[in-house]
Write a protein that binds this ligand. Structure first.
Ligand SMILES: [Zn+2]
Ligand SMILES: [Zn+2]
Length: 154
């Protein structure tokens, strides 16, 4: 079984993830931009029974744009946020894909909050793009993103 470990920058906080995530998503919301310091976040959601956190974390709870609470676990030493749990889907743990050392994580299935996307960011081909959260509004797949190279992902 595939096993991946996501770590904070100093290595004190980590989470071991077994198998493949339930879903992988990109998020363009402003809070994810602020949290990561990047222009979008890439998150892998694992069923709780497939992850094992290790190390000391501090938590920060905020309301997601959905209005539900989400609690982020970050390293008190280096400040990296490594994983989180939300009220919306309490059975899964979100993991920061950038925390994995290998680059083998699959292509995300969807991108959300695209209405807040930097204009020069383009999703990889074929993933579903939602203007807001994926529970809201209409799904779109950007026309220029539909094509995938032959023998693409997976
Ligand atoms: Zn750390
Ligand atoms: Zn977000």
């Amino acid at each position: 079984m595939t096993e991946r470990v996501a770590r904070c920058v100093c290595g004190q906080l980590s989470i071991t993830c077994r198998g493949e995530p339930d879903f992988v998503g990109m998020c363009h919301c402003q809070k994810c931009q602020m949290r990561t310091g990047s222009v979008f976040a890439v998150n892998a959601a694992y069923l709780n029974e497939h992850v094992t956190p290790s190390g000391e974390s501090k938590t920060f709870t905020r309301l997601a744009d959905s209005g539900r609470k989400v609690t982020f676990h970050f390293c008190p030493e280096c400040g990296t946020s490594v994983y989180w749990n939300g009220e919306m889907r309490p059975e899964v743990t979100g993991v920061a894909v950038g925390g994995f050392r290998d680059t083998g994580m699959r292509l995300p299935e969807r991108a959300v909050w695209a209405e807040n996307r930097y204009p020069w960011v383009h999703e990889p081909g074929g993933i579903s793009v939602y203007p807001k959260g994926h529970k809201y509004g209409h799904e779109t797949v950007a026309p220029h993103l539909v094509e995938r190279p032959a023998g693409g992902d997976d």
